[in-house]
Ligand binder design. Structure first.
Ligand SMILES: *Cc1c(COP(=O)(O)O)cnc(C)c1O
Length: 410
C-alpha cells in the first residue's frame, strides 16, 4: 500500500471500501468501475473541522467540489450551509433541504438565475462586478424583495502561493480592490440591496495552514478599514475556501491544527465585534471520502514501457491528468480468473496506468511502481472525492458511467 495522507483529518481506513468492492464484484457481471463514498468518514471529518473553529466562525460547504446529493445530505446537519455557484447547484441543495442557508456565488450569473435564487430564498449573493450589483438591485426592486449581498473583492496585495490563485493578480473574479469605494456607493444607492459584508476567495489548494490564517488576518484588516472609511455596519466576512490537499506529498499536507491555532490568535487580534467569519471549503471537506475503483483489463508492454489498461479513466476521473500528478492508489488483488489461458502477472514493475479512451492523454498515473499486478486485479484510487467525477467529460467515447456506492454506517 502506498504512503498516503492518512493522518487526521483524513478519513478512515480502507478495509470497508475493499469489502464493498469485493461484494459488488461478485454481484456485477461486468469489470469493476465505481466511485465509493465513505459518508461515515465524511461526517467525522466535517464534525472535527466545525468543532475546532473559533466562536462566530461558520463553515459552509462549496458544493462544486462534489454536488452528490448524498454528500450534501450527510453534511446537512453538520455545516451551517452551502455555497452554490449556479442555479443547478441551488436546485440540488434545495432538493435536499428547503431551508438550509445557501450562499450564491460565481461570475456570470444570469438574470434568470438571480431571479430563481431569490425565489428559492438564498441567504446571500456574492456580487462579482458592479454591473452584477446593478442587475441584482434591478431584479430585487422589480420583485419588491430585499436581497442581502457580499461584495467579492479581488485584493491588490501579495497573497500566499497556491496551486490556483483567483486574487492578488488580474482574474475574472470579483471586484478590483480599487473599485471598492464605487461599489459601496452603488450598493448604498439601491433601495432593495443590503450590503452585509465582503467575500474574498483568493486561492485554491493552499497547503500552508499558517499562511492561510495570516491571509484571513489581511482580510480582517481590509474589512476593518472599509468599515471605518465608509461608516459601514456589516455582518459577514466570507474568507472563502482553498484549504489544500496534498495528493502526492503527504508530508506537505495542510495542517488543520496549525490553522486552528493561528486562526484563534488572528481572530483574537483582529476581532471585529458583531461579525461572523465564514469559510466555504470544498476540496478539503470531501476529497478524502471518495475512492475510484477500476479493474485492470489488460497489461501490455509497448516500446519497452509497461501499461496497465483499466475499465474507466480520465472521463470518470479527470483530476490527475488535469493537475499533472500521479493519483495515489493501491492494488486490490482478485484471485478469480475466468479464462482458459494463462494470466499475465507483473512483479516489481514500473507501469503507466491508462484508461479505455482512444487518446494518449487518458492516464491516471505515469511510471509508478507496483509490487505485483495481474489482469483482473482492481486499482483503488484514493483522494477522489473532490473535483473527480464532477469535472470529468463523462460521455466522451460513450462508455458506460461508473457505479456509485456509499458507505453509510449502521
Ligand atoms: C471553488 C470555490 C470554493 C471552494 O474551493 P476549494 O478549493 O474546493 O476549497 C469556495 N468559494 C468559491 C467562491 C469558489 O469558487
Amino acid at each position: 500500500m502506498s504512503q498516503l495522507d492518512t493522518a487526521w483529518p483524513a478519513g478512515r481506513d480502507v478495509p470497508d471500501v475493499e469489502k464493498l468492492i469485493r461484494q459488488t464484484r461478485e454481484q456485477e457481471q461486468q469489470p469493476v468501475c465505481a466511485y465509493i463514498y465513505d459518508l461515515v468518514a465524511l461526517r467525522e471529518r466535517a464534525h472535527r473541522c466545525v468543532n475546532s473553529l473559533p466562536d462566530e466562525c461558520k463553515l459552509f460547504y462549496a458544493v462544486k467540489a462534489n454536488p452528490d446529493p448524498q454528500l450534501i445530505a450527510s453534511l446537512l446537519p453538520i455545516v451551517k450551509g452551502f455555497e452554490a455557484a449556479s442555479i443547478g447547484e441551488i436546485r440540488t441543495i434545495r432538493g435536499v433541504s428547503g431551508d438550509v442557508p445557501i450562499i450564491f456565488g460565481g461570475p456570470g450569473k444570469k438574470d434568470a438565475e438571480i431571479e430563481e435564487a431569490l425565489e428559492r430564498d438564498v441567504m446571500l449573493i456574492h456580487a462579482e462586478s458592479l454591473h452584477e450589483v446593478q442587475r441584482i438591485g434591478w431584479i430585487a426592486e422589480r420583485r419588491q424583495q430585499r436581497v442581502s449581498i457580499l461584495l467579492r473583492i479581488n485584493l491588490r496585495r501579495t497573497l500566499p502561493e497556491a496551486s490556483i490563485t483567483m486574487s492578488g493578480r488580474p482574474t475574472q473574479f470579483g471586484i478590483d480592490e480599487i473599485q471598492v469605494p464605487e461599489a459601496i456607493r452603488l450598493v448604498q444607492s439601491l433601495p432593495f440591496v443590503q450590503l452585509e459584508g465582503f467575500h474574498m476567495h483568493s486561492l485554491s489548494n493552499n497547503l500552508d495552514a499558517r499562511l492561510h490564517a495570516q491571509m484571513v488576518a489581511t482580510y480582517l484588516q481590509c474589512v476593518q478599514g472599509w468599515m471605518q472609511e465608509y461608516a459601514l455596519s456589516i455582518r459577514y466576512l466570507n474568507a472563502g475556501g482553498g484549504f489544500g490537499i496534498s495528493y502526492t506529498e503527504p508530508e506537505r499536507r495542510f495542517e488543520w491544527n496549525d490553522f486552528m491555532e493561528e486562526l484563534h490568535q488572528v481572530w483574537e487580534d483582529y476581532h471585529i465585534p458583531g461579525i461572523q467569519l465564514i469559510f466555504e471549503p470544498g476540496r478539503y471537506i470531501v476529497a478524502h471520502c471518495g475512492y475510484y475503483a477500476t479493474e485492470v483489463i489488460d497489461l501490455k508492454t509497448n516500446h519497452d514501457q509497461h501499461y496497465a489498461i483499466v475499465r474507466g479513466g480520465t472521463h470518470h476521473f479527470r483530476l490527475p491528468v488535469s493537475w499533472q500528478h500521479n493519483q495515489p492508489f493501491e492494488v486490490i488483488a482478485v484471485d478469480d480468473w475466468p479464462y482458459p489461458f494463462p494470466r499475465t502477472e507483473w512483479r516489481q514493475t514500473t507501469i503507466t496506468i491508462a484508461g479505455e479512451l482512444c487518446t494518449p492523454k487518458d492516464v491516471l498515473a505515469h511510471e509508478v511502481d507496483v509490487e505485483q499486478l495481474r489482469i483482473g486485479d482492481i486499482l483503488l484510487f484514493h483522494i477522489a472525492g473532490a473535483y473527480g467525477w464532477t469535472i470529468s467529460h463523462h460521455d466522451f467515447l460513450s462508455h458506460p458511467h461508473p457505479h456509485f456506492y456509499y458507505i453509510n454506517g449502521t
